[in-house]
Design a protein. Structure first.
Length: 137
């Protein structure tokens, strides 16, 4: 993944990686177990060590999940990457997800507009009525 990138000078432990990414240690382990994120190298003490490349991959995973990509879709994307899918194939997966995000965004915008109309109606009712009459929901 190209972006977002988290840069570290030296590989970091899983707890530091989780803190840098704003996720839990369990989330990182889950992504690794599910094959969404590659297993990182290990230090001489046997602990996971996350370098910039590993952190960048995880940051991209966090971004995809944050846009609503399902775990199954993230597995498919990671599998395509590992299998050597060319850029066009990976682009197609991301464009399909992008279209779904835009559809959800449009739906949220419609609901937000309805909510704003409802708020305006309550404000108007409060401003114009002193009798305490309630607005119908």
């Amino acid at each position: 993944m190209l972006l977002p990138e988290v840069h570290v000078d030296e590989p970091v432990t899983i707890s530091v990686a989780a803190e840098l990414l704003g996720i839990t240690v369990d989330t990182i382990r889950y992504y690794e177990k599910e094959g969404i994120a590659p297993a990182p190298g290990r230090g001489p003490d046997g602990w996971r060590r996350y370098d910039t490349a590993a952190l960048s991959w995880l940051a991209g995973t966090v971004m995809l999940r944050g846009t609503g990509m399902s775990v199954q879709e993230m597995r498919e994307y990671a599998a395509a990457y590992r299998a050597g899918a060319d850029d066009a194939e990976r682009l197609a997966l991301l464009e399909e997800h992008h279209a779904a995000v835009l559809e959800r965004q449009a739906e949220v915008q419609r609901h937000l507009a309805a909510l704003e109309r409802k708020i305006a109606a309550y404000r108007q009712a409060i401003a114009t009525t002193s009798s305490g009459a309630q607005l119908e929901v």
